[in-house]
Design a protein around this ligand. Structure first.
Ligand code: MF3
Ligand code: CO
Length: 249
């Protein structure tokens, strides 16, 4: 399958999908605090998507049973929200997708519940900064490796590792399109980025090693060594003027 370039009109619709994701993600962030049950977050998404005419992209995707992924502490991605209670000091990664007028928006954020340790706070901050380094590098004429390297360099300079087994992706009518967007790589290498590409950049940073393992639920991905992990994601369009972030309120 070739890369599907999007027209300015299609990017406008994707901005609407992205806005919905961002607005609802913001509500989830406001809801995260010690004592909250994960499943309540899934309920918020169902209610708010209904009100906005959006459908939850993740629900039923390869059988995924919820509208949002909730991944805590050493969990990296794809945690299923259940009866677990969020506790003081947890770091909570929230990953959310919306389908609206046939297009998908995808975004993730990591937040602390109550007071978190200095290490957790720094992991969250550096992961978000790494995402923005990648976004700034995503312009026409640059190569995929420039984006990957911008993310990796910032992470590793700050003493964190980047997950290799899960990567960002092209996005459009489908959540996962070509090309893959690795969070590690070499500058000036790889695919040339072009106007009309829409990509989901999603660095996952660990305090320890980058290796991962999967739980028996076949979804939850966590660090192999038990270290902490944070995840940030935005859906962006590459335009002639540079990157435009679609998953903002
Ligand atoms: N945002 C994620 C991704 O791009 C999560 C999707 S996994 C799902 O892969 F199964 F929950 F949909
Ligand atoms: Co994604």
């Amino acid at each position: 399958m070739a890369i599907e370039l999007k027209s300015p009109e299609e990017i406008e619709i994707m901005r609407e999908a992205g806005r919905i994701v961002a607005q609802v993600l913001r509500m989830l962030v406001a809801a995260v605090r010690p004592g909250v049950v994960e499943r309540d977050l899934d309920e918020i998404v169902r209610r708010e998507y209904k009100a906005r005419g959006a459908t939850p992209t993740f629900l039923g995707y390869h059988g995924y049973p919820a509208t949002v992924c909730v991944s805590i502490n050493d969990e990296i991605v794809h945690g299923i929200p259940g009866d677990r209670v969020i506790r003081e000091g947890d770091i909570v990664s929230l990953d959310l997708g919306a389908t609206y007028r046939g297009f998908v928006g995808d975004s993730a954020i990591t937040v602390g519940a109550g007071e978190v340790s200095e290490e957790k706070d720094r992991l969250i901050r550096v992961t978000e900064e790494s995402l923005w380094k990648g976004i700034e590098a995503a312009r026409p004429g640059a190569r995929m490796g420039d984006v990957s390297w911008a993310i990796q360099e910032h992470a590793e300079q700050n003493g964190f590792s980047v997950v290799r087994e899960y990567v960002g992706h092209g996005i459009g009518r489908a959540m996962h399109e070509e090309p893959q967007v690795p969070n590690f790589g070499a500058p000036h290498k790889g695919l040339e980025l072009r106007e009309g590409m829409v990509l989901a950049l999603e660095p996952m940073l660990n305090t320890g090693d980058w290796r991962t393992k999967r739980d028996d639920d076949n979804w939850t991905v966590r660090t192999a060594d038990g270290g902490l992990s944070a995840h940030f994601e935005h859906t962006i369009a590459i335009t002639k003027d540079g990157p435009v972030v679609l998953t903002l309120p």
